[in-house]
Design a protein. Sequence first.
Length: 224
Amino acid sequence: MPLDIRDLPAPADPALVGRLHTVDFPTLGHYLEEGFCDPALQRQAGTGKLVGRAVTVRITATDSTVLHHAVGLVGPGDVVVINTGGDRRHAPLGEVVANALAARGAAGAVVDGLCTDIDALREVGLPVYAYGRTPLTTKLHGIADGSMCAPITCGGVPVHAGDLVLGDANGLLVAPAARLAAVLDEALADDAEEPALIAEVNEGKPLGSLTGATETLRALGALI
């Protein structure tokens, strides 16, 4: 495929980003089915919650030229999402790229492949998600193939520039801002009610009775 370098997407709504930081991401899993990345794509460095605007990058297996260009353009709160063309041998992201992203104020990075320099990445503290680590790195070959801010896939999920990337120790969710905003109020309400539910469970009340699951089974004829 030829080179496809596009402009950065519109900025994320800071109010929505702020509210997403307050929700428990697994609660969003009660309302959404799509957008959850392969669970093997896990956080390798960094802590806490990741919420940011996706800046998509596609590279070839061995050449990270497009990535180096993109890293110089990201802004505060951005999350670079890197498609490696399915490669699971080379690492396009290590100490230098992580420091460059941190210097630009990026919120994090996601590699649909591997990373390297893990001790340095953890010292930088930037949230980095990948399938694992390797000492074999990409080079700057200048191959005329790759893209920036064009649609890609990552962790089996379609990613468009401007989507919001949510990550924590459980994994990653990528979705359009409007889709997340549509379920956020319900999710936050669930989070607010959860302590009371847990308190009732700890008092010995059956979970199925509290959630309605037992009554549902009764209505289905499974219980007498």
